[in-house]
Design a protein around this ligand. Sequence first.
Ligand SMILES: C[S@@+](CC[C@H](N)C(=O)[O-])C[C@H]1O[C@@H](n2cnc3c(N)ncnc32)[C@H](O)[C@@H]1O
Length: 353
Amino acid sequence: MRDVSAVAAAFRTAPGFGSSPLYSHLLAVVAQDQFLLELAARTRIGQQPTFALFGAVHHLLLQGTPDPLADYYASVAGSHARPVDAATGPTFVRFCETHFARIAAILATRLVQTNHVQRALVLRLGLALVRRSTSAPVCVVEVGASAGLNLHAGSYAFTVGQATFGDRACPVRIQVEVPPTDLLPDLDQLPAIADVVGIDLDPPDLTDADDRAWLRALVWPENTRQATQLREAMNLVAANPPQVLRGNAIDVAPGVARALPPGLPRLVVHTATRIHVPAEDQPAFDAAIAAFGVDGPLLHLALEDDQRVSPSGRPGLGLTATDGAVSRTIAVADGHLAWLEPLAAINEVRLGS
Ligand SMILES: C[S@@+](CC[C@H](N)C(=O)[O-])C[C@H]1O[C@@H](n2cnc3c(N)ncnc32)[C@H](O)[C@@H]1O
């Protein structure tokens, strides 16, 4: 079991669940309840207990577990969902008491694997930045790829600010709010792909109903558009799944790096992954990523837990680009990529050697 005081701190200091008033409210409910904290402490080491506990409860409700708590979930009750009120916290506590064993079993076995398709924009942006530097084919690696939905960034329809890119007919539609800018590269100018591979601790199987249901449960209850986008992407990718290797990137990535054709550029991307790597393992994780630069020029993009304020004043996460030995913040974005504001440093990105 995890250290309960560290779990309490995670609920107390979480930056919030911007698009989920329900989860934002429940953070404080859990932070003050010893029983809930001890339940959340069953989350696997390294995994964020906030996402894990809320996902486990949501999973049971989506599976049809009858309980008054469901009335608060727009994903179950629809547009008539009850807004947060004084009874929300006690109802959540009662649900967790009643279903303690089922929730604990989910926490013991599942990982936070939210595969948020909007974040495919990071990979597509990386491809366009590589293309700006070289006409060589690129090897693409996503670390923490979950089910590999974002490795299909080349297949989706994108609306980025006012511009459209990608396969406009694709049912998977990614819409990212971007202020008027000339900083972004042309997202239709992509390099040829030499190789694509994902790495994940436990890649969900899109042909398995339980794995799909868990990915669905990790979408916050109010985010119905995201749930639709996820379903469309799961349907599309299940028919043509990318290769996602099972294992800890710390162990697997160096071998993957050695197997790539020497000299070809590598684009390595991770989004919402390092945040789930235990703090003591993060230096080894970073070293494993850097290994991709040994035998070929590397561009490494990361959207993780780097809290920044955007040029227009919005709190978001820094999107960092590392080429050679230089790391730059090239954009500030919402963690779910609802919006992105590019920074001038994006123009300095070149492939490292
Ligand atoms: C929150 S999900 C994000 C998935 C995807 N990157 C996205 O943005 O939609 C984090 C993923 O990272 C994986 N993960 C966490 N630590 C990892 C590690 N050390 N090595 C490989 N995968 C890891 C988890 O299994 C999970 O699928």
